[in-house]
Design a protein around this ligand. Sequence first.
Ligand code: HEM
Length: 419
Amino acid sequence: MNRHDKSLLSHGLVSRRNMLKGSLASALTLPALSPTLASAAEASEKENIDLSHQWPFYGDHGQAGVTTPPQRHIMFMTFDMTTPTAQALQILLARWSAAIAQLVQGAAVGTVEPSRIGSVGTDTGEAVGLDPASLTVTIGMGPSLFTDTYGLTAKCPPHLRPLAALPSDNLQPELSGGDLSLQACADDPQVAYHAIRVLARIAKSTGAAQTRWTVMGFGRASAGKDQETPRNLFGFKDGTRNLVDASEFNQHVWIKEGPAWQQSGSYQVVRKIKMNIENWDTDRVSDQNQVFGRHKLSGAPLSGTREFDTPDFHKKDTEGELVIPATAHIRLAAHENNQGVRILRRSYNYTDGLNHYGQLDAGLLFISYQNDPAHFETLQRKLGAADALNEYISHIGSGLFFVPPAAKEGSYIGAELFS
Ligand code: HEM
């Protein structure tokens, strides 16, 4: 290990295990650490990513991937059932659960190179040699699953139904809905991609379901406890005022009503929100600050000076104008102005490359968890009607899914549906 490697390590920029793996490559290719990089390394001290870390799949509470500190990357996909029988659904959920339990350990799902000549591999192989990278795969169930077709009408969670039409909707059917959802998050994008690829193959091979829509996100846009607040593609810190501790999760995220098997589940809202980033980039930063009600660089509310200052929504300037404008995103979304409604945001930045005009096509894969989807609707109704941000965004995809609690060892997600 050279001096440059040691410096990176002491700043916590990479984990020791991965440093050892990469030390030869970095010695050959990286220039000496510049002062700017050195200070970036200091700033990332809390972000030491340990790619060997694993989150357990089985448990007694909610599924992993809901309140788990957000990993860096996401691959999200929804599916439609193709075989209208409860048995096909049951087999799919059991096989998905068994596969996810393997994947989160960094293990292959079956053979990559079968010994019998002429056989097809079960695992596609692109994650061989990669660490578990804190992979979580969270299974969601759409309202369309709880019908007589599957004998599940009576099992429908009380608040599961299609989301209400909202003022901001510009939804494309091919980017909306789905009988099932899979959210794979990991600190290595190839690990997340591989998980979804393998699970989509299982859906196809069982003949139970087919892919519907997908989004791959490349950077988290929400913060968990002790995580540095990341930035969305508008360049603003996103996730400053999010839910972070267990008592908040118990109050706002985990379901506490209905039959026992639904408790500790949650409702997952997914919105694909296109951002007109090229228009945004031509706007004055002082105006951008007014749109959110925060300062771009520090993340501080316009009424304060530091990121975590509590916004003062009553503060007025010398001319008697509200310092955080009436149309500012944070004023409209804050729990103080919404009868205490709070949701857990777990969003990611995404890109779809270029649009037909050669402009950057990108946005936010907004994901929120709450114990009643009406909480999301309350906030979105308000934002959709008045948010200054609406000039720069468009909600093009949407889904609502019930996320059952975690499976106990030896069982699978949703097993109680069939008992
Ligand atoms: C592209 C779309 C969006 C962008 C770029 C965006 C960005 C932001 C930013 C920069 C903040 C301030 C930092 C923070 O406290 O996290 C924020 C806060 C917040 N946003 Fe959004 N957001 C978007 C969509 C939404 C949607 C759809 C909802 C819910 C319906 C929402 C709910 C919230 C809430 C609850 C807060 C915290 C407000 C507070 O308590 O101060 N956002 N958002």
